[in-house]
Ligand binder design. Sequence first.
Ligand SMILES: Cc1cc2nc3c(=O)[nH]c(=O)nc-3n(C[C@H](O)[C@H](O)[C@H](O)COP(=O)(O)OP(=O)(O)OC[C@H]3O[C@@H](n4cnc5c(N)ncnc54)[C@H](O)[C@@H]3O)c2cc1C
Length: 393
Amino acid sequence: MDFTFPEAAEKFRLEVREFLKKELTPEIRDEYAHCTDYPHGFNKAFTRKLGQKGWLTLTWPKEYGGLGLDIWHRLVFDEEMAAAHAPVAAHQVAANFVGPALIHYGTEEQKKKYLPPIARGEATWAVGMTEANAGTDLASIETRAVRDGDEWVINGNKMYTEHLQDADYYWVLVRTDPSAERHRGISIMVIDMKTPGIQILPLWTMDGYRVNQVYFEDVRVPADAVLGEVNRGFYHLAMTLNTMRAAGLGGWTETRRDLEDLVLYAKQTKVNGRPLIEDEWVQNGLADFMIHNQISRLLAYRVASMLESGGPAPDRETAVRQVWTKVYGQLHVKFACDLIGMGSQIGHHSPQFAPLAARWERRYMGAIAGAHNGGTPENALNTVALRVLGLPR
Ligand SMILES: Cc1cc2nc3c(=O)[nH]c(=O)nc-3n(C[C@H](O)[C@H](O)[C@H](O)COP(=O)(O)OP(=O)(O)OC[C@H]3O[C@@H](n4cnc5c(N)ncnc54)[C@H](O)[C@@H]3O)c2cc1C
């Protein structure tokens, strides 16, 4: 097997590194490390700079503001951004979730209106699927949209929407035909956040991360707010979720960077006069962590190569990758906290007193809360059991 990236992509890697060296200022790094509203950093000005270079939409067709490049360029970009801890929250939903869905299902007017601002890094989007009674089982959503002349009137509520406090647009799943079989009466709608009738309330996860509860009261949107076919939204969503799960393929580099810092910490920190790294359990734990990180890298490359070859959606592979990252992610943050000891309990609000700037305390909390984000590991395990291993239901 050859894991060498194409020459053009490796050349691009140097360009991205050079850019990040210059543009990722200590202030932006600091914001990324300590802001809890956005664990992956939110910086509109930085996102706009990426947009000016066309790097948010590297693989989109040129007619929609993309650069028409291959997946390896995108992977290189994701890897360098993640390794450098560069902020992505101002654009990742728009560029990696909403944009591809619009390209696939949008009308020409919708594409002309929404895609260029996403490509330029000027528009922030949030996605509202989850409700109090519909998380994993999204076909249970209850938020209703009723047709009234040239408009739809939306009533109901959503839970756990991230980024909405700064979003320009909200991409939501609504029930448009309550009499239809539950998967068949759902549509996707785009709501301009300036529309009256939307109330958002913060909801904090255990790692102090802000998500939102959202209430719609007679929110009126035009008829053309529907994305794709009316009542086919559930099926459009299934395709879009596959795209989303294939995003963030460079995430393993962020973990690798953290792991390298942890190895250094184990070498430099003495307990009872001996460097931690000399303890066998530390050596085994670090080796285990490194092996799992390397496997995460290979799973990411597998998904990328499937996307590039234009074959079937890598849904099984993304499920395996999801299980791997989420389940092992939780084991490794625990190991890291054990290694750091009592100091790992000092929270990220006091980074000056904590080993490794309290990063692992935050990772520990985040690994538990964040496991739900984008689908739970149990759900991914079901996919692996049914579709990869062929086990009976
Ligand atoms: C940090 C964060 C950010 C989020 N961002 C967004 C966002 O921007 N937009 C959005 O719409 N949603 C968002 N979510 C919501 C997320 O997608 C849901 O939390 C997730 O889909 C799980 O739904 P639920 O919380 O209702 O749990 P449930 O579906 O009620 O599940 C509860 C538990 O039961 C298990 N379970 C459920 N069904 C099965 C089954 N069939 N087999 C085995 N186990 C099962 C689950 O794995 C879980 O452990 C976010 C969540 C978090 C934590």
